[in-house]
Design a protein around this ligand. Structure first.
Ligand code: GLU
Length: 434
């Protein structure tokens, strides 16, 4: 049975790189009916923090990468010591005493050629002549990463080690330890590097944001997962949008790209929009409500959910993130709307008080206040005034929403309601425009 593991160190939050590694491990396990093991590599007592463990577990759950087993390295020190002592007994390792501190156990490296048949990169040869003797257990009693990794991967029956390319230099060291311990080594698959848009490694600015931040910025988990998938794999036929359940059916680790991936925030936004467009408006509303409460646009327990769902429907086709909704639909919630200076200059700098006044009178006179009647009365008015519809559409939108773009004007008027629409139009009439 295939057993893979994701082994984060809780010395920081889960980022794009880590979540891509987690995805490919989880996906391979699901694709092959195997097991996905989570191993928290928390041997660094100073840098490991419980809040990072929490963030990592929470983000993995949010992404949907549920694990079958979980282990904490900090609880396994006895196992590491046992294996280190085996090497001591066979004289493949030695003890080094440090004044005032404990004893370290060190593996003696004998130069040789190590060959790894990487499932993604193909055959890689390493000359271990430059590898120094390896510390197995540090003088404070904690194991080193390479040693704990080998002992764990073996004792946890890991069949495939899938991890980032940044670990490639550790692989020959681990291969030597498998040999020394006379243990079978797992298969290795190193995922290509992720670069930022300007080339170079992914930096804080270009996407090393914590996964929990993507969540609060309003990305949908399934969109982020689909995007992570495309970073190093493709379903073929130029497809980009693929639901994870479909990917599970066709994924194989050997089809992962060899070439470096580029993290492109715009592409992620595009992907998020693909999923937001098709999502259930009621579900999006639930995700949006906290953002609206945060901005004080609504009060908890005192809002009309059905109304907000209608607004979400108006915008969802063009959203890149859920936060866009809070920004773009602000005029539905604010009493005093902000007029974008560009909207003011482009559409409200001409005196339109007569037209605005006439239009609000027409709205007032409407017996049926529905989208079709609003549109009909508007079309009739511009016909009578002998002006093109757009001459009035844009200024009315600017006066009602403060923006140059937005959803269809008649829908906007309908959902703003007669009173608020008239109020905003007449405010411009009073001002006599600028
Ligand atoms: N704790 C290591 C890391 O966070 C795990 C490396 C591995 O997968 O072997 O990068």
């Amino acid at each position: 049975m295939i057993r893979v593991r994701f082994a984060p160190s809780p010395t920081g939050n889960l980022h794009i790189g880590g979540s891509r590694t987690a995805l490919f491990n989880w996906l391979y396990a699901r694709a092959k009916d195997g097991k996905f093991i989570l191993r928290i590599e928390d041997t660094d007592k100073l840098r490991s923090k419980p809040e990072y463990v929490e963030e990592i577990l929470g983000s993995l759950k949010w992404l949907g990468f549920c694990w079958d087993e979980i282990y904490y390295q900090s609880q396994r020190s006895g196992i590491y010591r046992e294996y280190a002592e085996r090497l001591l007994k066979e004289k493949l390792a030695y003890v080094e005493k440090t004044e005032g501190r404990g004893e370290a156990i060190i593996y003696k490296v004998t130069p040789q050629n190590v060959i790894i048949d990487d499932l993604i990169r193909g055959r890689i040869q390493f000359d271990t002549a430059n590898i120094k003797d390896q510390v197995l257990i540090k003088s404070d009693g904690t194991p080193t990463y390479n040693f704990a990794c080998v002992v764990d991967d073996y004792t946890m029956n890991i069949t495939h080690v899938i991890r980032g390319d940044d670990h490639i230099s550790n692989t020959p060291k681990q291969a030597l330890l498998y040999q020394a311990l006379k243990l079978p080594a797992p298969y290795f698959a190193h995922l290509p590097l992720i670069m930022g848009m300007e080339g170079g490694r992914l930096s804080k600015r270009t996407g090393a944001t914590a996964i929990s931040d993507y969540r609060s910025l309003g990305y949908l988990a399934e969109a982020l997962v689909n995007y992570l998938l495309l970073l190093s794999w493709s379903p073929g036929e130029n497809r980009e949008v693929i639901e994870i359940n479909e990917a599970i059916k066709i994924f194989d680790i050997k089809d992962v790209n060899k070439t470096a991936a580029t993290f492109d925030m715009k592409k992620l936004d595009w992907m998020n929009n693909q999923y937001l467009k098709g999502a259930d408006p009621a579900r999006l509303t639930e995700l949006i409500l906290p953002l609206l409460t945060e901005k004080k646009y609504i009060q908890e327990g005192n809002f009309d959910r059905g109304y907000i769902i209608s607004l979400v429907k108006l915008f969802q086709g063009r959203l890149s993130t859920l936060r866009d909704f809070a920004d773009w639909a602000d005029f539905f919630f604010l009493k005093d709307i902000q007029i974008d200076p560009q909207a003011r200059e482009k559409f409200l700098s001409r005196d339109l008080s007569r037209e605005f006044k006439l239009f609000s009178e027409r709205l007032e006179a409407l017996e049926q206040f529905d989208i079709a009647s609003i549109e009909a009365s508007f079309r009739q008015l511009v016909g009578e005034l002998n002006i093109e519809a757009k001459v009035l559409i844009h200024p009315v939108r600017a006066a009602l929403t403060g923006k140059t773009v937005g959803p269809g004007l008649f829908e906007v008027i309908y959902y703003l309601g007669k009173e608020r629409t008239k109020e905003r139009l007449l405010a411009w009439v009073k001002r006599g425009n600028v």
